[in-house]
Design a protein around this ligand. Structure first.
Ligand SMILES: Nc1ncnc2c1ncn2[C@@H]1O[C@H](COP(=O)(O)OP(=O)(O)O)[C@@H](O)[C@H]1O
Ligand SMILES: N[C@@H](CCC(=O)OP(=O)(O)O)C(=O)O
Length: 363
């Protein structure tokens, strides 16, 4: 039976869109656009997260050798993004389809208002049958402000839009249980939500034009699958990969989804960098929070210490007595009030269960 996904995020990696010489592979882009059009005709909603701005820029401009690496990348991306989107727009127009450009930064996912603005725009684009084509705003996202890679961005978009599936197109058929170049390595068809360690078989090696590498891809895929979204890693160079993937006709690695979490929890799950402060909780509170199938809020009685200052509505880190991170939550009140109520019984929860995202397990 075919995979019945309706809302699909398609992430097209740098190396899928780039030839060996670093220039964009126009034939590949046009094949992928034809496949996207095919899925659209089947009534699916498609959101594309596409790399390739820097590669497109390379085909247009030679940045002065005096420019540093950051400046050079900014210039290439600024010039190349126009060309990249023009290429998509032209190829999609031939199929009577309209696309839109959405450029985002990591900051936009940290700020609740920006997050809601983005979400609103994406929803409106989809309602109008327009294909959003998303990329990082490489002009302003430099060094520490950058996403690890576009996989991270695609994961955030998938979560924000409550997608049914995230299809990551790379230059490998999926995840292998060893070096993909080694003929003895085998492809892993499915990864259960309980699998958390990938370092035993996934190396930190990256493809020629990729940024994050397979290990970061695995961690992101796992996190997204944890939130109830199917993630597939497949080879973007395989003929007609997208429709065939949905018909289960091509090899790939499928991260099986966990039961879905609420959209608020999904936003919190991706807000680690936005955390304003932290709370240290005692062993009893830790057990209560981490006990499966039990909806427990974090009460001040279980809080041992408040670290940093935060306001009502800020994201805070939750740590155990030893300082081990347990998860994140949205503070129901600020650090001043939290300090006053520290260790006290019968106080309002500091973090309500609906706004709590835990990453640790008991034990
Ligand atoms: N166990 C593994 N299975 C598959 N690929 C792996 C594995 N370990 C490392 N890799 C490398 O990960 C690369 C893909 O990741 P990446 O460079 O981030 O690609 P992209 O640009 O598509 O995001 C592959 O080209 C491969 O060399
Ligand atoms: N935003 C950049 C690409 C970022 C990047 O390399 O991501 P990835 O394809 O996931 O390795 C660009 O458009 O050139």
């Amino acid at each position: 039976m075919a995979l019945a996904y309706h809302r699909i995020i398609v992430k097209i990696g740098s190396n899928v869109l780039t030839q060996a010489d670093g220039f964009p592979d126009l034939t590949r882009i046009s094949h992928l656009v034809a496949q996207i059009a095919d899925l659209k005709k089947q009534g699916k909603e498609i959101i594309v997260v596409s790399s390739g701005a820097v590669a497109s820029g390379r085909s247009l401009v030679q940045v002065s050798e005096k420019a540093d690496a950051v400046t050079s990348r900014q210039v290439l991306a600024a010039v190349g993004q126009v060309k990249l989107l023009a290429t998509y727009a032209e190829l999609l127009a031939r199929q009577d389809l309209l696309c839109a450009q959405v450029l985002v930064t990591k900051e936009d996912f940290r700020d609740r208002q920006h997050y809601l603005n983005m979400q609103n725009c994406f929803r409106a684009l989809l309602q109008n049958n327009i294909i959003p084509i998303v990329n990082e705003n490489d002009v302003i996202s430099v060094t520490e402000l950058m996403f690890t890679d576009n996989d991270e961005l695609a994961g955030l978009v998938a979560t924000m839009l409550d997608a049914d599936a995230l299809l990551i197109l790379s230059n490998v058929d999926g995840i292998f249980n060893g070096n993909p170049q080694d003929p003895a390595s085998e492809l892993i068809p499915e990864i259960a939500p309980t699998t958390t360690s990938f370092s035993s078989f996934v190396s930190t090696q990256r493809s020629q034009f990729g940024r994050g590498g397979m290990i970061t891809k695995c961690h992101m895929a796992h996190k997204v699958a944890q939130l109830g979204i199917s993630v597939h890693i497949a080879n973007g160079k395989t003929e007609n990969v997208l429709p065939r993937l949905l018909r289960r006709e091509v090899v790939n690695t499928h991260f099986l989804p966990n039961k879905t979490a609420s959209s608020k929890k999904k936003w919190i799950a991706h807000s680690d960098l936005a955390a304003k402060g932290a709370v240290l909780i005692n062993a009893g509170a830790k057990t209560a929070l981490l006990t499966p199938h039990q909806a427990t809020s974090l009460l001040p009685v279980g809080v041992l210490a408040i670290m940093g200052t935060f306001q009502k509505g800020d994201i805070i880190r939750i740590l155990d007595e030893a300082g081990k991170p347990l998860g994140l939550g949205l503070a129901e009140y600020g650090s001043d009030k939290a300090l006053e109520r520290l260790g006290q019984q019968q106080q309002k929860p500091l973090v309500h269960y609906d706004y709590l995202f835990l990453t640790a397990e008991l034990g």
